[in-house]
Design a protein around this ligand. Structure first.
Ligand code: AKG
Length: 278
């Protein structure tokens, strides 16, 4: 397979050329995609019209599926594909830096996202390299957070639950989504590199600190994630496919396109099939 790779920013992100979207997705193809994912953290393929069933095939070559989302609807052709659709006066929920589902003890390893209906302008997605953010921290701050652990929960997903069913709805949603504690500095299981593992969407508290101390430290770290030198930005077209490694990246879906409609299909891969052999 002769793939050409165009690196899009020093921090992360690459566009791939030369992969045929109609060809079978073999384990050799998945090996190569995995290796590029480990190197670039997020990879993009243009004009890559995979049906929901083929997206699932690709996901299964990369690992095991199963982390279905607690809020999004699923595609009629496959329960493993969620449909993310916003329009009119909806309140899209991903215009916040986050790594997917870190309120679970084992968040998905990767996500595959396809642009289906793209607004005439806007609706871009940005990714941040959390390796790059961690590397940029002053040494004293690295020492301060080295042993700290933080609590992650479902954040603003409470809003639709509350609006639909009040306090009980929030309690049910919270129980379904779960909550988890992760080290603030995690190590990537394949590359071994340290990355900052807190997000403005889902990190609520730091174990052992008071609420004001935790708030101050988290605000400073979130501010650093926001700096553009850690980012790559994708302008979607229909049939653009993005695959990202959820360990060591965060993403932010810009909401500047309403009332236009934006529709995406997403598959979450829970376990990395190549992690143990890397
Ligand atoms: O719609 C997007 O661009 C990203 C959606 C998102 O945040 C996600 O899939 O986790």
């Amino acid at each position: 397979m002769a793939l050409t790779v165009d690196r899009l920013s020093p921090a992360l992100g690459a566009e791939l050329f030369g992969l045929d979207p109609t060809a079978p997705i073999t384990s050799d193809v998945a090996d190569e995609l995995h290796s590029l994912l480990m190197e670039h953290q997020v990879i993009f393929l243009r004009d890559f019209d995979l049906s929901p069933v083929r997206m699932v095939e690709l996901g299964r070559e990369l690992g095991t599926l199963g982390a279905r989302h607690h809020s999004y609807v699923t595609h009629p052709d496959s329960d493993d594909v969620v449909i993310i659709e916003w329009k009119d006066d909806d309140l899209p929920d991903a215009a916040e830096w986050h790594s997917d589902m870190t309120y679970r003890a084992t968040p998905p390893f990767a996500s595959i996202l396809k642009g289906v209906v793209i607004p005439p302008a806007g609706g871009d997605t940005l990714w941040a390299s959390m390796y790059s953010v961690y590397d940029s921290l002053p040494p004293g701050m690295k020492d301060d957070i080295a042993e700290l652990e933080a609590v992650h929960d479902m954040g603003a997903f409470r809003t639709p639950a509350y609006r639909a069913s009040g306090n009980e709805g929030v309690m049910d949603a919270y129980t379904n989504a779960g909550t988890a504690v992760h080290p603030m500095v995690s190590h990537h299981p394949v590359t071994g590199r340290p990355y900052l593992n807190v997000s403005e969407s889902f990190t609520r508290f730091i174990i052992g600190l008071s609420a004001p101390e935790a708030g101050r430290l988290l605000t400073e770290l979130f501010d650093r994630i926001n700096r553009p030198e850690h980012h790559v930005r994708l302008r979607w077209k229909p049939n653009t496919l993005a695959i990202w490694d959820n360990r060591g990246t965060q993403h932010y879906a810009v909401v500047d396109y309403l009332p236009h409609r934006r529709v995406m299909h997403r598959v979450a891969v829970v376990e990395d099939a190549r992690q143990s052999v890397a």
